[in-house]
Write a protein that binds this ligand. Structure first.
Ligand code: SF4
Length: 441
């Protein structure tokens, strides 16, 4: 286990009195623009009003009615572009810190053990959920509350997907993810860990076990490659795998040497989304002496949050705008010597130890290749329909999250998953009704 503080969470929580005071600033607008800005339509003014009166349990109940992961959303959502970005008080530069309040309510509820949701009777049908990232957990939480028996199949030894292995500890502590997952487990959801659908078990076998519907929230596991001279060098790291290794190292599960990046290295991160910034800030924490983010457009086009960018700059990450990587010169097939960058049309050769790719990834074919009837597009993304929402070309198999190429952030994956959960509920209710009619006849 890492024994220093380099991964300590960077943003502090409110104290109880600070949270209540902040909540009391809310105007409780009749037409709350903050709620419109929230992708999952969280009833923000309602729970803030309860918090302002010190009714923490009520605040939690209201949040739970829309979100399964409030302690996560309170930390990693793009509040500046969503709820907070729409708060009317923002016009005077004094918007309510909605994310920090949501995080406070969720953390306070967990530590004080305030709310206990009753386990609903599981009478509406059985649903298998493959993958336990934000989409899978949302489906599980929503459907379990509605009376479905849910079993999650997760290939890793711990649930959480990108929340556990893709977002660094300093932004989202693993203990917070574990607490949120525990709440979902408390709804009666069963987790099968180290269980890879498409290897140990197939979709067809899950149907044979009696599941009425199956949800694929398996994300994207095949990173995009760098199509340039030297682009096959083994020293090119994939951001998501680098973050995963750091996460495993930080949990004490692998040795420091297996992380590879760090200790005086010069690191170039390609791409400028939140994963790129996570990788850059993590490389700094691992001791890299020079970390640069290489982006082919300007700051105005980056998909990363401005607050993440500001914090990265404060920690020493450099940003190279209008820049692309055009060549990698290697010493061996797993050691980089220099890279050639095209900056504003001029080529520059610079020393480099690692290139970290953060330009996205595509779905693995493990599940669709081990069953029939699930069609994908030319890039491997699973095709789904709108009625019932999220169903693939195979009856009873639904998909959502990154594997369908729709959502881009944790909360957008959750919004999409909530719609898919409605689609699954409608589908299972319909087949059960049909079965009853056939029996009666
Ligand atoms: Fe409160 Fe701002 Fe939402 Fe109005 S817009 S209800 S002030 S958080």
């Amino acid at each position: 286990m890492v024994n220093d503080n380099i991964f300590k969470e960077v943003n502090d929580s409110y104290t109880l009195s600070e949270a209540v005071k902040e909540a009391q600033r809310c105007l409780n607008c009749k037409v709350p623009s903050c709620k419109k800005g929230c992708p999952i339509s969280n009833d923000i003014p309602d729970w803030i009003a309860q918090l302002a009166k010190g009714n923490f349990g009520n605040a939690m109940h209201i949040i739970n009615s829309r979100s399964n992961l409030p302690a996560v959303c309170g930390r990693v959502c793009g509040h500046e572009r969503q709820c907070e970005g729409n708060c009317v008080l923002g016009k005077k530069g004094n918007r309510i810190n909605i994310g920090k309040l949501e995080r406070f309510v969720a953390d306070f509820d967990s530590t004080a053990g305030l709310t206990h949701e009753a386990i609903p009777e599981k009478s509406r049908g059985r649903v298998a959920v493959i993958g336990s990232g934000p989409a899978g957990l949302t489906i599980a939480g929503d459907l379990a509350r509605q009376g479905f028996a849910i079993e999650i199949f997760e290939m890793e030894s711990e649930p959480g997907g990108v929340l556990m292995y893709g977002i660094p500890e300093y932004r989202l502590p693993k203990e917070v993810v574990r607490r949120e997952i525990k709440k979902i487990e408390n709804l009666g959801v069963i987790f099968h860990l180290n269980s890879t659908v498409g290897e140990e078990i197939t979709i067809d076998q899950l149907f044979d076990q009696g599941f009425d519907a199956i949800f694929m929230g398996t994300g994207t596991g095949i990173p995009k490659r760098l199509e340039i001279p030297g682009g096959n060098n083994k020293a090119i790291r994939q951001a998501i795998r680098f973050l995963r290794r750091v996460s495993l190292y930080e949990s004490g599960l692998i040795d420091r040497r297996e992380v590879i990046v760090g200790d005086g290295d010069r690191v170039f991160v390609i791409g400028c989304g939140n994963t790129a910034i996570d990788a850059a800030r993590t490389a700094i924490r691992m001791g890299s002496k020079e970390v640069s983010v290489v982006y082919h457009r300007t700051i105005d086009s980056m998909s990363a949050l401005r607050s993440e960018y500001d914090e990265a700059v404060a920690e020493g990450v450099k940003f190279l705008w209008n820049t692309s990587i055009v060549k990698i010169n290697a010493i061996t097939d797993d050691k980089i010597d220099t890279i050639v960058l095209n900056i504003d049309g001029q080529e520059h050769e610079v020393d480099a130890d690692h290139v970290v790719m953060a330009i996205g990834s595509a779905p693995a074919a493990r599940i669709v290749s081990t069953t029939t009837g699930i069609e994908v597009d030319e890039k491997g993304y699973v095709l789904t329909r709108d009625n019932p929402y999220g169903m693939t070309t195979r009856k009873g198999v639904f998909a959502g999250g990154d594997v369908t190429n729709r959502p881009a952030t944790v909360v957008h994956a959750m919004r999409d998953a909530k719609l898919v959960a409605e689609g699954i509920a409608r589908y299972v209710d319909a087949i059960k009704l049909l079965a009853t009619i056939e029996c009666d006849n």
